[in-house]
Design a protein around this ligand. Structure first.
Ligand code: FAD
Length: 581
């Protein structure tokens, strides 16, 4: 059991051994949204306690890409992209208007950019706009070809002192050889083999190897990137403000007094405590990704908690706690979907963000048919998999692809580094066969149909035009194309044996349905009005993006924005609605 180091002094003033602790605000869960709420509330003068169920802080947020999707953000002009409120509202309405109240959408659009400016002023977290990271639904009104998705700059773990060790490690899928993190911008250069990619990889290896004091301590890189950079900077801001963080401290039932939430039960050091929250409890406890019973009750089938790439501690505890006091819920059948694969010995799935998209990979169903544009974004990809007849689904590629691109834990075969992998991964991950027909038979796909599909696809690849699904024809598709391939960087034939295949799952990187909230993140009761003293943000709440995933960072951007709004509302500090430049 650990508490924050520098939060100890203030904490001990508030808790004596005999009395029950009292704070203005209790934040449940230590993801990026919860931390944003805690820091903002402390800056507005509130005493704040954060409780975290796991023995490491940061949740899925720390393991993530750390990208934020923030319309009209102040970094967009740096990459020459304009934005305006009308476009942002039109795009959000087109995606979420049927499922989400207009006031919530407007609250996100109007406060996201304010939250980001505040983040840059109040913390050491820094972002840059990603010029080419296009919104995921380019065909919708108000979309942008880049700039709304922003990438965290690396953060130096030494700023955290001993608290670094207690942070959730980055997800394995975004560490080169399981060791070195990279920024989203570096990752895009590496994958697309854009000019300079060799320099990028050489720099990553050099930085890692030359940190001799770091290497003497552990294998974990101290150049924090993606979600670790975000959570690292937020944790430092909490330390600077002496905000206590209790690890290994799951929250449970909420305490109600005359209809108002006045506290929450927490188990700390095996001791049950009721913590009084004078102003509010802010729930930031993630989704129900790893609770099989809740998945089966709400998500489309088939569903399996092993197919989620989210943090295993997220099991819907607080969703159950609010349902027990009559809170309303919404969109419980939705998730931030993504095709995933699972590897033996890993505690969470790996999301296939890029592998489908690289040229020379296709996805087919058992009938041997392609059924979507494989370069589309991950939520749309998994939604296509759920359509009748498409599961089980298989990702297939050839020897050229295997030589050129990473796949899951496997580095490009051309680098001859497979010996770094466990034998089970090296030999067991992919099914391999000398011909497409043989591969189809091994995987249980209709062989003749698959051969016909690949012949048709190879024709498209050579012509540069996917007549069935228009792959490579919009800005998003091109992010993970290979710039060396023409005429269409997203299309290459599957022509060189051996051929490889793997079953992929309709998994997720988080669930996105949950507690219904108003525009200030106040939890709504089933009779309509807010439950005083109770707020919810992030994946424990119903998403402001409805059933869609507007762009990279659209889960963390709203989680942090509504964390900021919740804290401002509790503390009576208005946010500047509007004010977009
Ligand atoms: C590989 C990967 C990459 C991703 N990249 C991005 C990206 O770039 N941009 C983006 O927007 N999204 C990304 N996502 C999704 C994003 O990480 C999540 O949607 C987001 O982190 C959810 O935030 P949250 O605060 O709701 O939950 P979390 O960050 O998971 O935080 C919830 C915390 O609450 C704790 N908790 C749970 N129950 C209790 C309890 N009873 N008591 C106390 N604490 C509790 C959990 O242990 C956890 O620490 C990615 C996800 C993955 C897996």
């Amino acid at each position: 059991m650990r508490g924050s180091m520098r939060g100890g002094a203030r904490e001990s003033r508030m808790i004596s051994e005999k009395s029950e602790p009292v704070f203005d605000i209790v934040v449940v869960g230590s993801g990026a949204g919860g931390m944003t709420a805690a820091i903002r509330a402390a800056d507005l003068g509130a005493s704040v306690l954060m409780v975290e169920k796991a023995s490491a802080y940061g949740g899925t947020s720390a393991t993530s890409g750390g990208g934020l999707w923030i319309p009209c953000n102040h970094l967009m002009p740096d990459v020459g992209i304009d934005d305006d409120r009308d476009s942002a509202m039109a795009y959000m309405r087109a995606l979420a208007g049927n499922d989400v109240p207009e006031a919530n959408i407007a609250a996100f659009v109007d406060t996201g950019h304010e939250m980001l400016r505040w983040l840059h002023e109040a913390t050491e977290v820094r972002y840059v706009a990603m010029e080419h990271y296009a919104d995921y639904y380019q065909e919708q009104p108000g979309s942008r070809t880049g700039g709304r998705s922003i990438d965290p700059l690396p953060y130096d773990a030494r700023r955290l002192g001993g608290e670094f060790a207690a942070m959730q490690a980055q997800h394995r899928q975004v560490r080169v050889m399981g060791l070195m993190g990279y920024t989203n911008s570096e990752g895009a250069i590496l994958l697309s083999k854009a000019p300079g990619w060799r320099k990028v990889i050489a720099r990553l290896v050099w930085r890692y190897a030359s940190d001799v004091p770091g290497r003497l301590r552990s294998l974990r890189s101290r150049r924090l990137t993606m979600g670790n950079a975000l959570v690292g900077g937020l944790r430092k801001a909490m330390l600077d403000r002496c905000i206590p963080l209790w690890l290994d401290s799951p929250a449970g039932a909420l305490r109600l007094d005359q209809g108002r939430v006045t506290g929450v039960e927490v188990t700390r050091r095996g001791r049950p405590l009721t913590i009084t929250a004078r102003k509010a409890v802010i729930l930031a406890s993630g989704g129900f990704e790893h609770d099989q019973a809740l998945r089966e009750a709400h998500l489309p089938k088939p569903t399996d908690e092993r197919w989620s790439a989210a943090s295993p501690a997220n099991r819907g505890d607080m969703l159950r706690a609010v349902q027990a006091i009559g809170a309303a819920t919404h969109l419980l059948d939705e998730a931030w979907w993504s095709p995933t694969i699972t590897l033996p010995g890993e505690d969470r799935a790996r999301a296939l963000f890029t592998e489908r998209s690289m040229p020379g990979a296709i996805v087919v169903n058992r009938a041997g048919q392609r059924f979507f544009n494989e370069s589309t974004a991950y939520t749309a990809a998994a939604q296509a998999m759920f359509a009748p007849g498409n599961l089980p689904a298989y990702l297939l590629f050839d020897a050229r692809y295997r030589r050129e691109y990473p796949f899951g834990p496997l580095l490009p075969g051309g680098m001859h580094l497979d010996w770094l992998q466990k034998r089970s991964v090296r030999r067991g991950l992919l099914t391999q066969a000398p011909s497409l027909g043989a591969l189809a038979t091994q995987l249980g796909i209709a062989p003749a149909a698959l051969e016909a599909t690949v012949a048709r696809f190879n024709g498209f690849a050579r012509a540069g035009r996917d007549e069935d699904f228009q792959r490579g024809e919009n800005s998003y598709d091109l992010i993970y194309g290979d710039v060396r391939i023409s005429p269409n960087p997203c299309l290459a034939p599957l022509a060189e044996p051996p051929f490889y295949g793997i079953e992929i799952h309709a998994g997720d990187i988080g669930t996105k349905g949950g507690i219904a909230c108003d525009e200030n993140a106040q939890v709504l009761g089933s009779t309509g009005g807010p439950i005083p003293g109770l707020y919810a943000i992030g994946n424990v709440s119903a998403s402001v993006t409805g059933r869609y995933y507007p762009g990279a960072g659209a889960t963390l951007g709203p989680a942090m924005t509504f964390g900021y709004r919740a804290a401002s509302h509790v503390c009576g500090a208005p946010t500047e609605a509007g004010g977009i430049r």
